[in-house]
Design a protein around this ligand. Structure first.
Ligand code: NDP
Ligand code: X2W
Length: 350
């Protein structure tokens, strides 16, 4: 039974791509009232001026902890990395729950965060309280959570593909190779040269090879699942499309005698209580377009009997299951609500 009262929510970073998804979803959520929108360069602007199609009658305000804690029960921080770790300790101390969409609260070990993100931190105590917001793996921690570190988009797609392999000991952990592709909205709304239409369109390239900051995030959770240190090979690519991630994972099977039907049964059982995960029929491979605008993750499992490798394909919308949709799923579970509440189930197609 969920809470029946309305929950007062704030969104900081409301003008960004994550922020606008949150406004879209939460303005239609039956148990949420948006009471605060925060920003930096957009502060002082009417939200309808920034996003006329949403017709939300609020003004973006400069960030003020005092105002947020007076007006909100929960706040979503959809900000560049390194800002949430300044705000969250103050918000939590004043009784406001926090869902952070950046990387600030994704790492149990802050040394790893500091190595990869370079920000100095003085909030180790706060960081210890954070729950990694991937409900299909850690959902049981969410009802008690006051601080959620929502996962990155590539880690979400990749970990949902990998989890059954490691949790059930089906694959050799150090053989994991992740080849992932993202649409350009993954880079956010801020102007960046490589995301200009003339640069990104009609072209395909890898980036961050052997050094992308989602590598340690994926490794941290793989290590938890495998019960020992795991390293992965992760290569992201930029695709000339707006939304979507397709993550293709390769691993050596411990038992090369397994066939795809066995793995299909194992994955279907593993995700039997996960309404946002669809394990596709054998031989059907996912398209990012099937997840567009929804919180769904489509998985497909194949085995190459010649090499003894399993190949798992995972498709999500990076702005939904990879970001704002997943944050709303976590918000629901934090408040005893149905995890599907306020989240679209069917995509546009074509
Ligand atoms: N895009 C994606 O697919 C995913 C992104 N993420 C993470 O989510 C977070 C948000 O990403 P995204 O929405 O793409 O980013 P955007 O660049 O689209 O938006 C960033 C937002 O942060 C605000 N902001 C920046 N600096 C400040 C500041 N000093 N004070 C207050 N507000 C500030 C901006 O406000 P203003 O316009 O007013 O300056 C803007 O609203 C990032 O940490 C990102 O890594 C996670 C998963 C997926
Ligand atoms: C296409 C593209 O540029 N994608 C982004 C992923 C954004 C994200 O989720 O990164 P955080 O860990 O900072 O939240 C990137 O590769 O940096």
């Amino acid at each position: 039974m969920g809470e029946s009262k309305q929950i007062r929510v704030g969104i900081v970073g409301a003008s960004g791509y994550g922020g606008v998804q949150l406004v879209r979803l939460l303005s239609e959520h039956p148990h949420a009232d948006i009471t605060y929108l925060g920003g930096n360069s957009s502060a002082g602007r009417e939200y309808v001026e920034i996003y006329p199609h949403l017709a939300v009658p609020l003004t973006v305000e400069a960030v003020s902890v005092e105002v947020i804690v007076n007006r909100c029960d929960v706040v979503f921080l959809s900000l560049p990395n390194g800002l949430a770790c300044e705000l969250a300790p103050q918000l939590l101390a004043r009784g406001c729950k926090v869902l952070d969409l950046s990387a600030d609260y994704r790492f149990a070990n802050l040394d790893i965060y500091q190595t990869w993100y370079g920000n100095d931190r003085s909030d180790a105590g706060t960081n210890q309280q954070a729950v990694y917001g991937l409900p299909e793996l850690f959902g049981e921690c969410l009802p008690e959570a006051r601080l959620v570190g929502c996962p990155g988009c590539y880690p979400t797609a990749s970990l949902l593909a990998i989890a059954p392999l490691l949790k059930q000991g089906l694959a050799q952990p150090d053989s994991l190779i992740i080849d992932a592709k993202s649409g350009t909205s993954g880079g956010g709304r801020q102007a960046k040269e490589h995301l200009l239409l003339a640069e990104a369109d009609n072209s395909l390239a890898a980036y961050g090879v052997a050094k992308h900051r989602h590598t340690p995030e994926i490794e941290q959770i793989c290590s938890r699942l495998a019960g020992r240190e795991v390293m992965v090979q992760f290569t992201p690519h930029l695709v000339p499309m707006v939304r979507g991630i397709l993550s293709t994972v390769y691993a050596n099977l411990r038992d090369p005698g397994l066939v795809r039907e066995d793995l299909h049964t194992i994955y279907s059982t593993f995700y039997r209580r996960s309404p946002w995960i669809t394990v596709l029929p054998t031989g059907v491979y996912p398209q990012t377009k099937w997840a567009w605008g929804t919180n769904r993750c489509f998985l497909s499992i194949e085995v190459d009997a010649r090499t003894g490798r399993v190949i798992v394909m995972s498709a999500i919308d990076n702005l939904m299951k990879g970001q704002a949709g997943q944050a709303v799923q976590c918000f629901n579970l934090m408040h005893g609500l149905d995890q599907q509440m306020g989240l679209p189930k069917q995509s546009f197609y074509p």
